[in-house]
Design a protein around this ligand. Structure first.
Ligand SMILES: [Zn+2]
Length: 433
């Protein structure tokens, strides 16, 4: 079979819109009657669930923000009694209290379905051996991928993240064909394998399904080349149920959104206005099949573009571009908006350096300044200070040419930047310290 769920994944637009409207209607009634925050939000704009006549009416509703989750911690947004909840995940978040994600049995089934579509579209099949190196636990990555790969009938190794040498031993000894982890950790594994003299390219490993942090196309190519695999993406948020909300297909040109379960919108992050397809803005999701915590118009803070186009894979599901960055991560330097992903794309094109870097934001007087520490490749480092200075100048020039601002590049010795086993910390903002 070509698709995990052919009916949904290739549904003509009219049929999908009808299905979305039905599911949205049910969900609005569900949250209005059960979650005080939503009753309050709807009442404040004079909206009753029965006022929903067409999908476009969704734009009349207020957004849900991360602060709403924080203010209603831990279960204020849960629409069912805890007796009906069978799983609770949480994401640590960078500050303050965690975000909780409760699931009913049907929520868990839908999530597993999304993950199965995601993995199947990435090329994973029942005879694959999957090494699941996402952190197992509260984080949705570990169990989400575990459930999806199990549903496909794969042999799943729930190794979790960390102990990189053991990961490589297992990969060799068990004949692993699929690696599941964050893109950063994939890079850490690739590098450690090279140091151990293990050629991953010669192993049976053929696919990686990576997610849980934004990564650039340049990073994808780097991982594909170093490991000799197809690097595919999974997108999701704990707030909306975890990975599998949107996924890569063979085209590797944007992620298909599981539209029967999530309505995606892109808005102007300042005015909140819905933007037409093709325009870049903040991604907003409404979960239309979840029952424990269906968020309405949740602002993801992720910046992307939505496209409805014929895809070579045959899926009709709407596509979103790879995330350009998180609005939280956006740096404003001398009035210019800069995403760390832009810097990463440029760094990864330079052969003299490793794809390991840290961006440091400093304040000098009234001016914000960017410093980037990036690792030299061994050959570059061995060539001495003159070569290092030359590469630093060259990278500074490239960045000024493309992004339009100056930043100080410093080549640091090989292996001096801490390797990550999960989500990488790439930006240190000293202005906030
Ligand atoms: Zn496609």
């Amino acid at each position: 079979m070509k698709y995990w769920n052919e009916e949904i994944e290739t549904m003509p637009l009219e049929g999908m819109r009808k299905l979305q409207l039905e599911n949205l209607k049910k969900t609005l009634e569900w949250v209005y009657g059960r979650i005080p925050l939503y009753k309050g939000k709807f009442d404040a704009v004079g909206f009753k669930p029965e006022d929903l006549k067409e999908l476009e009416d969704l734009s009349k509703l207020p957004f849900t923000a991360r602060t709403d989750l924080r203010d209603n911690y831990p279960f204020g947004l849960c629409a069912v009694p805890l007796a009906e909840v069978i799983r609770i995940h949480a994401s640590s978040g960078t500050t303050g209290k965690p975000i909780t994600g409760p699931y009913t049995q049907s929520d868990l089934d839908q999530w597993t379905e999304c993950m199965a579509r995601n993995l199947y579209a990435a090329g994973v099949r029942s005879n694959d051996i999957c090494q699941n190196a996402y952190g197992m636990g509260l984080f949705t990555g570990g169990l989400g991928f575990h459930q999806g790969a199990t549903r496909l009938g794969c042999a799943v190794i729930p190794i979790s993240s960390g102990q990189t040498e053991r990961q490589i031993l297992v990969m060799q000894d068990f004949g692993v064909t699929v690696l599941l982890c964050t893109p950063t950790y994939a890079l850490t594994i690739a590098e450690r394998a090279e140091e151990m003299g293990v050629k991953i390219k010669d192993l049976p490993l053929r696919i990686g399904v990576f997610g849980a942090e934004p990564w650039t196309i340049a990073m994808r190519k780097e991982i594909e080349e170093r490991m000799g695999i197809n690097a595919m993406e999974a997108y999701g948020l704990t707030e909306c149920g975890g990975p599998g909300m949107a996924f890569d297909c063979v085209a590797q040109n944007g992620l298909h959104v599981n539209e029967d379960q999530f309505i995606a919108e892109v808005i102007d992050p300042v005015t909140g206005e819905v933007l037409p397809l093709g325009e870049k803005g903040e991604l907003v999701f409404t979960a239309i099949q979840r029952r424990a915590m269906p968020l309405i118009r949740y602002r993801t803070r992720d910046i992307t573009t939505l496209r409805r186009e014929e895809c070579e894979c045959g899926r009709t599901l709407i596509k979103m571009d790879k995330i350009y960055g998180r609005s939280d991560d956006m740096l404003i330097i001398g009035g210019v908006n800069v995403f760390p992903s832009q810097i990463e794309s440029i760094l990864l094109e330079v052969r003299e350096i490793e794809p390991q870097y840290v961006i440091i934001v400093k304040k000098k007087g009234y001016l914000d300044q960017l410093h980037v520490d990036v690792e030299a490749r061994q050959e570059t480092y061995d060539a001495g200070p003159k070569k290092i200075a030359e590469v630093e100048k060259m990278v500074e020039g490239k960045i000024r040419g493309i992004i339009g601002i100056g930043m100080k590049i410093r080549l640091v010795p090989p292996k001096s930047i801490t390797r990550s086993e999960g989500k990488a910390k790439r930006v240190i903002d000293e202005r906030k310290m």
